[in-house]
Design a protein around this ligand. Structure first.
Ligand code: C2O
Length: 574
């Protein structure tokens, strides 16, 4: 059910230019890179209508932040709009700098109108593509941009040096406010976009198409980012295979594929080799959703165009200069779960038997989390549009997270947790049932601000099990402050006897966001070596707002360099 906004009157009064996203290569490798983000409203004309959106410095997508591994970053965020704001550096490990992580009421109170906050942190041991986005209510719909980490000067990529690098951000034009007021599902988005452009398949957008002009026979590095609020997306380019080389700012063993899957919050670098033999041909690059569960979705396709051009004077006379109409890519079907499973199996770290990954081989603490949609009581004297007049809710181990009114990290650091949070988050579900079979009769969630405490350097194993309570669905779980290794996954209920025999403890992929398979399970491992309070949540914003989130407290270690640093003076107050 496509819900492209239809209107006959195109309001084209606003002039809005899309800025060049990133400039490659980074000119200088300074020690600290400074940026200033002015949060302001900007009028835009999109998809046949005009609207005012919250932006960083009037740009959409927002400015490209580019650093080298080892650089410090200092980003001054000044809020000029009535909405409270915070910025999250999605995927940055934030070693001992949790105060700069960004999720509202988790690591900081929001930056209020007229106030500012400087995010200060260092990029350590990471290189590749990440992104930044607002982390409060639904503002990340328009407040986001690429975060590109180049390797240290003189350190090459573990793949042939690309001719050029291009960031490609996939997103949605979302309508969201209604869902939060009715307790129902979110409205489907207006359209998907590539680098902010909806492309030729939507109304009023033929001219609003992302075009990438390339030269024949060259290798390009595409830095793909899924910044969409609520969608997992397939991406591909007609008549081309892509070579995956990195995921979530960690290199992977290269493999070729026709299409890639990007869950919301995931990033992937691919090499694209342009055709030497198709001079002056155009190819669509396109994205459309991977759909699980029963939620309404927008099954439309966003397209951009790859223009393969020889320079006119190098054209052999026999070839026509006129552009052919673009070739279309063959993307996996909307619910092609076997493609998704296959793609997940191909993602492997660079490690080998002789130099295995640093994945914990032994586990100190094991947790089993059920994740999924459930229901909760409608507000008093209101009608709700969830199942049987309830309100949609989502939970981890049946606990739907209640956002506190003061920041958890402050409460933890200053020893003032009383009345803010409890540390009794369940290590496993209270009731056992066939998670992927018939749901229990009672599908109501419990509410609370519950956290789990981990001593410094704990080796954690976390099994995440999808439930089918309101339909099996793939949930992209994102952990702040950490990368984790994906050691196993499968369908049905996790079997603690059988499944661990097949865990990959040699070259598992390392990432910060992973899709729990629809009607299945996934097992991740990480070492709790970064003290602080770390949010973990479904990166589908609708599910997050329904409560599919929790937080970990990782305690300080004994050594001075194992302790959370104190906050700066400009840390916002609630
Ligand atoms: Cu990209 Cu907590 O999110």
């Amino acid at each position: 059910m496509a819900a492209v906004y239809k209107s006959t009157a195109f309001v084209g009064v606003f002039v809005f230019t899309f800025v060049t996203l990133c400039l490659f290569p980074l000119p200088v490798a300074g020690i600290t890179r400074y940026y200033k983000f002015d949060i302001k409203l900007q009028n835009v004309a999109r998809l046949c209508h005009a609207k005012s959106i919250v932006t960083v410095s009037g740009q959409f997508p927002g400015p490209c932040v580019m650093v080298r591994e080892g650089n410090h970053l200092s980003v001054k965020v000044v809020n000029h709009v009535p909405n409270n704001i915070t910025i999250h550096w999605h995927g940055v490990r934030q070693l001992r700098t949790g105060w700069a992580d960004g999720p509202a009421y988790v690591t900081q109170c929001p930056i209020q109108k007229g106030q500012s906050y400087v995010y200060k942190f260092r990029i350590v041991g990471q290189r590749g593509t990440l992104f930044w986005h607002a982390h409060i209510s639904w503002l990340r719909a328009t407040v986001y941009g690429p975060l590109i980490i180049l390797p240290r000067l003189g350190v090459p990529y573990p793949f042939p040096k690309p001719y050029k690098e291009v960031p490609i951000i996939l997103d949605t034009e979302a309508i969201i406010s209604q869902a939060l007021q009715t307790g129902g599902g979110p409205n489907v988005s207006d359209a998907y976009t590539i680098n902010g452009h909806p492309g030729p398949f939507y109304n009023c957008s033929a001219k609003d198409t992302f075009k990438l002009k390339v030269k024949p026979g060259k290798t390009y590095l595409l830095r793909l980012i899924n910044a969409a609020l609520n969608d997992q997306l397939f991406f591909g380019i007609a008549n081309h295979t892509l070579t995956v080389v990195e995921a979530d700012a960690v290199y992977v063993k290269p493999f070729e594929t026709e299409a890639i899957l990007l869950a919301s919050g995931q990033t992937t670098n691919v090499l694209l080799k342009t055709k030497p033999t198709y001079p002056n041909a155009s190819f669509f690059m396109a994205a459309r959703p991977y759909v699980t569960g029963s939620a309404t979705f927008n099954n439309s396709t966003v397209a951009g165009i790859l223009e393969n051009k020889l320079s006119p004077n190098s054209l052999p006379s026999s070839i026509s200069v006129k552009n052919l109409s673009p070739f279309k890519p063959n993307l996996p079907a909307l619910s092609n779960t076997s493609f998704v499973e296959n793609f997940a199996n191909k993602l492997r770290g660079l490690a080998t038997v002789h130099s295995p990954a640093s994945v914990p081989q032994n586990v100190d603490k094991q947790f089993l989390f059920t994740v999924g949609l459930e229901t909760s009581q409608c507000w008093q004297n209101r009608t709700c549009q969830g199942p049987n007049g309830t309100k949609f809710a989502a939970a981890v181990n049946n606990v739907s997270f209640t956002t506190p009114t003061t920041a958890l990290l402050q409460a933890h650091f200053f020893g003032k947790s009383h009345g803010v949070y409890k540390t009794d988050f369940p290590r496993e579900p209270k009731i056992r049932f066939d998670y992927t079979g018939t749901p229990p009769d009672n599908t109501m969630v419990n509410n609370g601000t519950k956290l789990l405490v981990l001593p410094f350097n704990t080796n954690v194993e976390l099994i995440m099990q999808d439930t089918s309570i309101l339909g099996a669905e793939s949930h992209p779980l994102h952990l702040h402050g950490y990368n984790f290794f994906v050691v196993g996954q499968g369908f049905g209920n996790f079997d603690p006897q059988k499944n661990p025999n097949n865990f990959n403890l040699i070259d598992p992929v390392e990432r910060n966001t992973v899709g729990v398979p629809a009607g299945g399970w996934i097992v991740i491992r990480f070492v709790a070596d970064n003290p602080g309070v770390w949010f973990m949540h479904c990166h589908i914003d609708a599910h997050q707002s329904w409560g599919l989130k929790m937080a970990w407290i990782v305690l300080d270690g004994d050594l001075p360099n194992q302790k959370l640093s104190p906050p700066a003076d400009d840390l916002p107050m609630c």
